[in-house]
Ligand binder design. Structure first.
Ligand code: 13P
Ligand code: SF4
Length: 395
Protein backbone atom coordinates (compact mmCIF):
# COMPACT_ATOMS: atom_id res chain seq x y z
CA UNK A 1 0.00 0.00 0.00
CA UNK A 2 1.08 3.57 -0.53
CA UNK A 3 2.60 5.16 2.54
CA UNK A 4 0.78 8.32 3.40
CA UNK A 5 2.31 11.70 4.07
CA UNK A 6 1.23 14.00 6.88
CA UNK A 7 1.63 17.76 6.55
CA UNK A 8 1.56 20.31 9.38
CA UNK A 9 -2.01 21.07 8.32
CA UNK A 10 -3.14 17.45 8.40
CA UNK A 11 -1.39 16.97 11.73
CA UNK A 12 -3.29 19.88 13.22
CA UNK A 13 -6.44 18.59 11.59
CA UNK A 14 -5.99 15.10 13.01
CA UNK A 15 -5.45 16.47 16.51
CA UNK A 16 -8.81 18.17 16.14
CA UNK A 17 -10.67 15.05 15.08
CA UNK A 18 -10.00 15.37 11.35
CA UNK A 19 -11.89 18.67 10.93
CA UNK A 20 -10.00 21.30 8.93
CA UNK A 21 -12.31 24.28 9.53
CA UNK A 22 -10.85 27.44 11.13
CA UNK A 23 -12.68 26.45 14.30
CA UNK A 24 -10.92 23.12 14.38
CA UNK A 25 -7.51 24.59 13.63
CA UNK A 26 -7.69 27.27 16.28
CA UNK A 27 -9.93 25.53 18.78
CA UNK A 28 -12.06 28.70 18.80
CA UNK A 29 -15.40 29.20 17.11
CA UNK A 30 -15.51 32.21 14.77
CA UNK A 31 -19.28 32.03 14.43
CA UNK A 32 -20.34 33.64 17.64
CA UNK A 33 -17.74 34.79 20.10
CA UNK A 34 -20.30 34.65 22.91
CA UNK A 35 -20.64 30.87 22.39
CA UNK A 36 -16.90 30.38 22.62
CA UNK A 37 -15.78 27.56 24.93
CA UNK A 38 -12.36 28.23 26.45
CA UNK A 39 -9.70 25.71 25.44
CA UNK A 40 -8.80 23.38 28.30
CA UNK A 41 -5.16 23.41 29.51
CA UNK A 42 -4.80 19.78 28.31
CA UNK A 43 -6.03 20.62 24.78
CA UNK A 44 -3.77 23.69 24.63
CA UNK A 45 -0.79 21.64 25.71
CA UNK A 46 -1.52 18.91 23.13
CA UNK A 47 -1.81 21.58 20.45
CA UNK A 48 1.51 23.11 21.52
CA UNK A 49 3.31 19.75 21.47
CA UNK A 50 1.91 19.00 18.02
CA UNK A 51 2.89 22.42 16.70
CA UNK A 52 6.39 22.08 18.11
CA UNK A 53 6.81 18.69 16.39
CA UNK A 54 5.83 20.29 13.10
CA UNK A 55 8.31 23.16 13.67
CA UNK A 56 11.07 20.64 14.25
CA UNK A 57 10.08 18.59 11.20
CA UNK A 58 10.16 21.76 9.14
CA UNK A 59 13.60 22.64 10.53
CA UNK A 60 15.06 19.30 9.43
CA UNK A 61 13.20 19.16 6.11
CA UNK A 62 14.37 16.28 3.90
CA UNK A 63 17.10 15.41 6.43
CA UNK A 64 14.45 13.82 8.66
CA UNK A 65 11.87 11.14 7.88
CA UNK A 66 9.38 10.23 10.59
CA UNK A 67 7.98 6.73 10.08
CA UNK A 68 5.24 4.99 12.04
CA UNK A 69 3.83 1.47 12.33
CA UNK A 70 0.08 1.09 11.80
CA UNK A 71 -0.38 0.28 15.51
CA UNK A 72 0.70 3.77 16.55
CA UNK A 73 -1.94 6.14 17.91
CA UNK A 74 -3.46 8.73 15.55
CA UNK A 75 -1.76 11.62 17.36
CA UNK A 76 1.61 10.09 16.42
CA UNK A 77 0.62 8.90 12.92
CA UNK A 78 -0.42 12.48 12.14
CA UNK A 79 3.28 13.49 12.22
CA UNK A 80 4.60 10.59 10.13
CA UNK A 81 5.94 10.95 6.60
CA UNK A 82 5.49 7.22 6.05
CA UNK A 83 3.33 4.62 7.68
CA UNK A 84 3.32 0.90 7.06
CA UNK A 85 3.55 -2.60 8.45
CA UNK A 86 6.89 -4.03 9.52
CA UNK A 87 7.79 -5.47 6.09
CA UNK A 88 6.90 -2.31 4.23
CA UNK A 89 8.76 -0.08 6.68
CA UNK A 90 11.87 -2.30 6.54
CA UNK A 91 11.84 -2.06 2.74
CA UNK A 92 11.17 1.67 2.67
CA UNK A 93 13.81 2.50 5.29
CA UNK A 94 16.40 0.59 3.24
CA UNK A 95 15.75 2.93 0.30
CA UNK A 96 15.33 6.27 2.11
CA UNK A 97 17.62 9.13 1.18
CA UNK A 98 17.53 11.09 4.40
CA UNK A 99 19.95 11.70 7.29
CA UNK A 100 17.69 10.74 10.18
CA UNK A 101 14.83 8.26 10.53
CA UNK A 102 12.66 8.78 13.62
CA UNK A 103 10.98 5.38 14.01
CA UNK A 104 7.63 5.39 15.84
CA UNK A 105 7.21 1.72 16.68
CA UNK A 106 8.92 -0.87 18.85
CA UNK A 107 12.61 -1.58 19.27
CA UNK A 108 13.02 -4.55 16.92
CA UNK A 109 11.49 -2.55 14.06
CA UNK A 110 13.88 0.37 14.55
CA UNK A 111 16.76 -2.09 14.81
CA UNK A 112 15.80 -3.66 11.46
CA UNK A 113 15.57 -0.19 9.93
CA UNK A 114 19.04 0.67 11.32
CA UNK A 115 20.45 -2.55 9.88
CA UNK A 116 19.07 -1.95 6.42
CA UNK A 117 19.35 1.83 6.13
CA UNK A 118 22.17 3.46 4.15
CA UNK A 119 25.45 3.97 5.99
CA UNK A 120 24.93 7.73 6.44
CA UNK A 121 21.43 7.32 7.84
CA UNK A 122 20.85 7.36 11.61
CA UNK A 123 17.78 5.71 13.08
CA UNK A 124 16.22 6.99 16.30
CA UNK A 125 13.50 5.56 18.53
CA UNK A 126 11.45 8.16 20.46
CA UNK A 127 10.82 5.67 23.28
CA UNK A 128 13.95 3.53 23.70
CA UNK A 129 12.21 1.21 26.19
CA UNK A 130 9.42 0.30 23.73
CA UNK A 131 10.17 -3.42 23.43
CA UNK A 132 7.97 -6.16 21.96
CA UNK A 133 7.27 -8.70 24.73
CA UNK A 134 7.11 -11.53 22.19
CA UNK A 135 10.54 -10.66 20.78
CA UNK A 136 11.96 -10.98 24.30
CA UNK A 137 10.62 -14.56 24.60
CA UNK A 138 13.46 -15.97 22.50
CA UNK A 139 16.90 -15.10 23.92
CA UNK A 140 19.69 -15.63 21.37
CA UNK A 141 21.74 -17.79 23.75
CA UNK A 142 18.87 -20.24 24.22
CA UNK A 143 18.28 -20.34 20.45
CA UNK A 144 21.91 -21.38 19.93
CA UNK A 145 21.63 -24.11 22.61
CA UNK A 146 18.40 -25.45 21.10
CA UNK A 147 19.94 -25.43 17.61
CA UNK A 148 22.94 -27.37 18.92
CA UNK A 149 20.63 -30.09 20.26
CA UNK A 150 18.48 -30.23 17.13
CA UNK A 151 21.51 -30.59 14.86
CA UNK A 152 23.54 -32.93 17.12
CA UNK A 153 23.09 -35.88 14.69
CA UNK A 154 23.89 -33.89 11.56
CA UNK A 155 20.27 -33.01 10.77
CA UNK A 156 20.07 -29.77 8.77
CA UNK A 157 17.72 -27.49 10.70
CA UNK A 158 17.03 -24.01 9.32
CA UNK A 159 16.17 -21.31 11.89
CA UNK A 160 13.44 -18.99 10.59
CA UNK A 161 13.08 -15.92 12.81
CA UNK A 162 9.97 -13.77 12.71
CA UNK A 163 11.06 -10.14 12.35
CA UNK A 164 9.62 -9.62 15.85
CA UNK A 165 12.87 -10.85 17.38
CA UNK A 166 16.04 -9.36 18.84
CA UNK A 167 19.11 -8.50 16.82
CA UNK A 168 20.95 -11.40 18.52
CA UNK A 169 18.32 -13.86 17.27
CA UNK A 170 18.42 -12.47 13.74
CA UNK A 171 22.23 -12.72 13.80
CA UNK A 172 22.10 -16.34 15.03
CA UNK A 173 19.54 -17.19 12.32
CA UNK A 174 21.73 -15.58 9.65
CA UNK A 175 24.87 -17.31 10.90
CA UNK A 176 23.17 -20.72 11.06
CA UNK A 177 21.88 -20.58 7.47
CA UNK A 178 18.45 -19.22 8.26
CA UNK A 179 16.50 -16.07 7.52
CA UNK A 180 13.95 -13.60 8.81
CA UNK A 181 10.28 -13.41 7.86
CA UNK A 182 7.33 -11.13 8.59
CA UNK A 183 3.67 -12.02 8.92
CA UNK A 184 3.23 -10.85 5.30
CA UNK A 185 5.70 -13.37 3.86
CA UNK A 186 5.81 -16.16 6.46
CA UNK A 187 4.39 -18.77 4.05
CA UNK A 188 6.89 -17.96 1.28
CA UNK A 189 9.79 -18.01 3.72
CA UNK A 190 8.63 -21.22 5.42
CA UNK A 191 8.43 -22.96 2.04
CA UNK A 192 11.94 -21.68 1.28
CA UNK A 193 13.30 -22.92 4.63
CA UNK A 194 11.64 -26.34 4.22
CA UNK A 195 13.35 -26.69 0.83
CA UNK A 196 16.72 -25.61 2.29
CA UNK A 197 16.93 -28.14 5.11
CA UNK A 198 15.58 -31.32 6.72
CA UNK A 199 13.58 -29.31 9.23
CA UNK A 200 12.81 -25.73 10.29
CA UNK A 201 12.91 -24.11 13.72
CA UNK A 202 10.37 -21.26 13.64
CA UNK A 203 10.61 -18.58 16.34
CA UNK A 204 9.45 -16.90 18.48
CA UNK A 205 5.72 -17.03 17.62
CA UNK A 206 4.21 -20.52 17.84
CA UNK A 207 0.84 -19.24 16.61
CA UNK A 208 2.18 -17.58 13.46
CA UNK A 209 4.27 -20.73 12.89
CA UNK A 210 1.31 -23.07 13.38
CA UNK A 211 -1.15 -21.00 11.33
CA UNK A 212 1.34 -20.67 8.46
CA UNK A 213 2.10 -24.41 8.56
CA UNK A 214 -1.62 -25.25 8.56
CA UNK A 215 -2.10 -23.13 5.43
CA UNK A 216 0.72 -25.14 3.78
CA UNK A 217 -0.84 -28.47 4.81
CA UNK A 218 1.64 -29.43 7.55
CA UNK A 219 0.02 -31.17 10.52
CA UNK A 220 0.33 -34.00 13.07
CA UNK A 221 3.83 -35.38 13.68
CA UNK A 222 5.27 -32.91 11.18
CA UNK A 223 4.80 -30.22 13.84
CA UNK A 224 6.34 -30.09 17.29
CA UNK A 225 6.13 -27.26 19.83
CA UNK A 226 9.40 -27.16 21.76
CA UNK A 227 9.22 -27.40 25.56
CA UNK A 228 12.04 -25.16 26.80
CA UNK A 229 10.62 -23.47 29.91
CA UNK A 230 13.69 -24.41 31.96
CA UNK A 231 16.09 -24.27 29.04
CA UNK A 232 17.30 -26.51 26.19
CA UNK A 233 17.58 -29.49 28.57
CA UNK A 234 13.77 -29.76 28.53
CA UNK A 235 13.63 -30.29 24.77
CA UNK A 236 11.92 -33.53 23.71
CA UNK A 237 14.48 -34.53 21.07
CA UNK A 238 12.60 -37.71 20.06
CA UNK A 239 9.55 -35.71 18.97
CA UNK A 240 11.64 -32.83 17.59
CA UNK A 241 13.73 -35.22 15.44
CA UNK A 242 10.54 -36.52 13.75
CA UNK A 243 9.11 -33.07 13.05
CA UNK A 244 9.66 -31.04 9.91
CA UNK A 245 8.65 -27.86 11.73
CA UNK A 246 9.65 -27.15 15.34
CA UNK A 247 7.82 -24.22 16.91
CA UNK A 248 9.35 -22.00 19.59
CA UNK A 249 6.74 -21.52 22.36
CA UNK A 250 6.46 -17.70 22.15
CA UNK A 251 3.26 -15.70 21.61
CA UNK A 252 1.87 -12.16 21.34
CA UNK A 253 -0.16 -11.26 24.40
CA UNK A 254 -2.17 -8.72 22.39
CA UNK A 255 -3.30 -11.10 19.62
CA UNK A 256 -3.88 -14.06 21.94
CA UNK A 257 -6.67 -12.07 23.65
CA UNK A 258 -8.99 -12.95 20.78
CA UNK A 259 -11.05 -16.11 21.19
CA UNK A 260 -13.78 -18.08 19.36
CA UNK A 261 -16.51 -16.91 21.80
CA UNK A 262 -15.99 -13.29 20.70
CA UNK A 263 -16.32 -14.44 17.09
CA UNK A 264 -19.56 -16.35 17.81
CA UNK A 265 -20.99 -13.30 19.60
CA UNK A 266 -20.11 -10.98 16.72
CA UNK A 267 -21.65 -13.35 14.16
CA UNK A 268 -24.80 -13.73 16.28
CA UNK A 269 -25.17 -9.95 16.54
CA UNK A 270 -24.26 -9.33 12.88
CA UNK A 271 -25.35 -12.29 10.72
CA UNK A 272 -23.28 -12.33 7.52
CA UNK A 273 -20.34 -10.51 9.12
CA UNK A 274 -16.91 -11.39 7.77
CA UNK A 275 -14.10 -11.92 10.32
CA UNK A 276 -10.47 -11.18 9.45
CA UNK A 277 -7.66 -11.87 11.93
CA UNK A 278 -3.89 -11.53 12.21
CA UNK A 279 -1.91 -14.84 12.10
CA UNK A 280 -0.51 -14.17 15.61
CA UNK A 281 -3.99 -15.20 16.89
CA UNK A 282 -4.40 -18.69 18.38
CA UNK A 283 -5.10 -21.51 15.87
CA UNK A 284 -8.76 -21.88 16.98
CA UNK A 285 -9.37 -18.22 16.08
CA UNK A 286 -7.47 -18.49 12.78
CA UNK A 287 -9.41 -21.63 11.86
CA UNK A 288 -12.80 -20.00 12.58
CA UNK A 289 -12.00 -16.75 10.73
CA UNK A 290 -13.11 -15.95 7.19
CA UNK A 291 -9.60 -14.72 6.38
CA UNK A 292 -6.22 -14.66 8.11
CA UNK A 293 -3.40 -12.34 7.15
CA UNK A 294 -0.81 -9.74 7.97
CA UNK A 295 -1.47 -6.12 8.79
CA UNK A 296 -1.19 -5.18 5.09
CA UNK A 297 -3.60 -8.03 4.21
CA UNK A 298 -6.15 -6.86 6.80
CA UNK A 299 -6.00 -3.28 5.48
CA UNK A 300 -6.43 -4.49 1.89
CA UNK A 301 -9.31 -6.73 2.93
CA UNK A 302 -11.16 -3.79 4.52
CA UNK A 303 -10.37 -1.43 1.61
CA UNK A 304 -11.76 -3.95 -0.88
CA UNK A 305 -14.84 -5.07 1.09
CA UNK A 306 -18.15 -4.45 -0.73
CA UNK A 307 -20.30 -1.59 0.60
CA UNK A 308 -22.48 -2.36 3.64
CA UNK A 309 -20.29 -5.25 4.81
CA UNK A 310 -19.85 -5.81 8.55
CA UNK A 311 -16.24 -6.75 9.30
CA UNK A 312 -14.98 -8.13 12.61
CA UNK A 313 -11.23 -7.58 12.96
CA UNK A 314 -8.82 -9.43 15.25
CA UNK A 315 -5.81 -7.17 15.55
CA UNK A 316 -4.44 -4.18 17.45
CA UNK A 317 -7.11 -1.62 18.35
CA UNK A 318 -5.46 1.54 16.96
CA UNK A 319 -5.47 0.05 13.49
CA UNK A 320 -9.02 -1.31 13.83
CA UNK A 321 -10.40 2.04 15.02
CA UNK A 322 -8.58 3.92 12.25
CA UNK A 323 -10.03 1.58 9.62
CA UNK A 324 -13.50 1.95 11.19
CA UNK A 325 -13.29 5.75 10.97
CA UNK A 326 -11.87 5.75 7.43
CA UNK A 327 -14.66 3.52 6.13
CA UNK A 328 -17.52 4.70 8.36
CA UNK A 329 -19.58 5.90 5.39
CA UNK A 330 -19.78 2.46 3.74
CA UNK A 331 -18.70 -0.30 6.17
CA UNK A 332 -19.14 -1.36 9.77
CA UNK A 333 -15.70 -2.28 11.11
CA UNK A 334 -15.70 -3.76 14.61
CA UNK A 335 -12.94 -5.11 16.86
CA UNK A 336 -13.44 -8.67 18.15
CA UNK A 337 -12.39 -7.12 21.44
CA UNK A 338 -10.38 -3.97 22.19
CA UNK A 339 -6.79 -5.13 22.45
CA UNK A 340 -4.10 -2.46 22.63
CA UNK A 341 -0.35 -3.01 22.35
CA UNK A 342 1.04 -1.20 25.40
CA UNK A 343 4.54 -1.34 23.93
CA UNK A 344 3.47 0.54 20.82
CA UNK A 345 1.53 2.96 23.01
CA UNK A 346 4.71 4.01 24.82
CA UNK A 347 5.41 6.35 21.90
CA UNK A 348 3.30 9.48 22.30
CA UNK A 349 3.30 12.98 20.81
CA UNK A 350 5.26 14.05 23.89
CA UNK A 351 7.97 11.41 23.50
CA UNK A 352 8.24 12.12 19.76
CA UNK A 353 8.64 15.83 20.53
CA UNK A 354 11.27 15.15 23.21
CA UNK A 355 13.31 12.94 20.85
CA UNK A 356 13.12 15.54 18.07
CA UNK A 357 14.22 18.30 20.47
CA UNK A 358 17.17 16.09 21.50
CA UNK A 359 18.04 15.53 17.84
CA UNK A 360 17.98 19.28 17.26
CA UNK A 361 20.33 19.88 20.23
CA UNK A 362 22.60 17.05 19.06
CA UNK A 363 22.84 18.59 15.58
CA UNK A 364 23.69 22.00 17.08
CA UNK A 365 26.41 20.61 19.36
CA UNK A 366 27.77 18.01 16.94
CA UNK A 367 27.05 15.26 19.48
CA UNK A 368 25.09 12.04 19.16
CA UNK A 369 21.40 11.99 20.15
CA UNK A 370 20.69 9.62 23.08
CA UNK A 371 17.70 8.31 21.10
CA UNK A 372 19.86 6.87 18.33
CA UNK A 373 19.53 3.10 17.84
CA UNK A 374 22.96 1.50 17.93
CA UNK A 375 23.67 -1.85 16.36
CA UNK A 376 26.35 -4.05 17.89
CA UNK A 377 29.12 -4.31 15.30
CA UNK A 378 29.71 -8.05 15.86
CA UNK A 379 26.07 -8.92 15.07
CA UNK A 380 25.59 -6.70 12.04
CA UNK A 381 26.78 -8.88 9.18
CA UNK A 382 24.86 -12.05 10.14
CA UNK A 383 21.66 -10.19 11.09
CA UNK A 384 21.77 -8.22 7.84
CA UNK A 385 22.32 -11.46 5.89
CA UNK A 386 19.18 -12.95 7.49
CA UNK A 387 17.10 -9.88 6.63
CA UNK A 388 18.49 -9.62 3.12
CA UNK A 389 17.73 -13.30 2.49
CA UNK A 390 14.08 -12.43 3.19
CA UNK A 391 14.10 -9.34 0.95
CA UNK A 392 15.73 -11.41 -1.82
CA UNK A 393 13.01 -14.07 -1.73
CA UNK A 394 10.11 -11.68 -1.23
CA UNK A 395 10.97 -8.79 -3.58
P1 13P B 1 3.20 -6.65 10.95
O1 13P B 1 4.39 -7.50 10.59
O2 13P B 1 1.97 -7.14 10.32
O3 13P B 1 3.48 -5.22 10.75
O4 13P B 1 2.95 -6.86 12.51
C1 13P B 1 3.92 -6.55 13.44
C2 13P B 1 3.44 -6.87 14.78
O5 13P B 1 4.07 -6.52 15.74
C3 13P B 1 2.22 -7.63 14.89
O6 13P B 1 1.87 -7.77 16.22
FE1 SF4 C 1 4.89 -7.35 19.89
FE2 SF4 C 1 2.35 -8.21 19.96
FE3 SF4 C 1 2.89 -5.62 20.31
FE4 SF4 C 1 3.18 -6.76 17.90
S1 SF4 C 1 1.27 -6.46 19.03
S2 SF4 C 1 4.62 -5.35 18.90
S3 SF4 C 1 3.91 -8.82 18.50
S4 SF4 C 1 3.53 -7.34 21.66
Amino acid sequence: MTPQAATPATAASARNGGDSTPEARTGVSTRNLDDRTPETPAAASARNVGDRIEELRARFGADLTVVGHHYQADEVIAHCDLRGDSLELARRCAALETRHIMFCGVYFMAESAALLAGKNVRVHLPEPSAECSMALMSPAGLLREVMKKLTRNGRKVIPLAYVNSTLGVKAAAGELGGAVCTSANAATMLEWALREGDAVLFLPDKNLGFNTAAALGLAGQDLHTARIVRGAKDLDTTAADKARLILWPGFCSIHTRFNPRQMERLRAEHPGASIVVHPECIPAVAAAADAVGSTAFIIRNVNEAPDDTVLGIGTEINLVERLARQHAARLTVLPLVESACTHMAQTTEESLCTALEALGRAEDSGEESPYRVRIGHELQAHARAALERMLEHCA
